[in-house]
Design a protein around this ligand. Structure first.
Ligand code: MG
Length: 163
């Protein structure tokens, strides 16, 4: 028996809405930020959950998040992305993979991530059923993210299986 170990990389980016949208709130890592500018998206636009799901799917060779949860599918309109993330984890486990961990780097000028990092990690971890960590970074004023036009997130996942 050998241990098959795979890694996956995930990425997501959403732009801020030009104007507040009725009934919509900024959600990052499953944590709501009332009063902050909201992100444009088909689901709740949670870039951290999306990048984490993308990393998991990639690790298992299951493609990307857009293939499984297309933004043309009414089923995912306004969806809680923690549900999408949990579903991606289930898809990976259904192939016999054990999920090691996921580490996420979210890049934005606002809101401040650090005060909410532990709560995000707890919610994402509960969704995946394996440790998920979150780190917040600023883009130092560079590019679209640095100008505060949106939020992006990178994630990496590791999975393993006896083969
Ligand atoms: Mg997304």
């Amino acid at each position: 028996m050998a241990l098959d170990i795979r890694t996956g990389q995930g990425f997501d980016i959403h732009r801020f809405a030009d104007a507040p949208e009725e009934g919509r709130v900024l959600v990052l890592g499953g944590v709501a930020f009332p009063g902050e500018r909201t992100l444009v998206g088909h689901s709740d636009a949670d870039v951290i959950a999306h990048a984490a799901a993308d990393a998991l799917l990639g690790a298992a060779g299951l493609g990307d998040i857009g293939q499984h949860y297309p933004d043309t599918d009414p089923a995912w309109k306004g969806a809680d992305s923690l549900v999408i993330l949990a579903d991606a984890a289930a898809k990976v486990r259904a192939l016999g993979w054990r999920i090691g961990n996921i580490d996420c780097s979210v890049v934005c000028e606002s809101p401040r991530i650090a005060p909410h990092r532990d709560e995000m990690a707890d919610r994402l971890t509960a969704s995946v059923g394996a440790p998920v960590t979150v780190k917040g970074r600023r883009a130092e004023g560079l590019g679209a993210i640095g100008r505060g036009e949106g939020i992006m997130c990178l994630a990496s996942a590791i999975i393993s299986k006896e083969s």
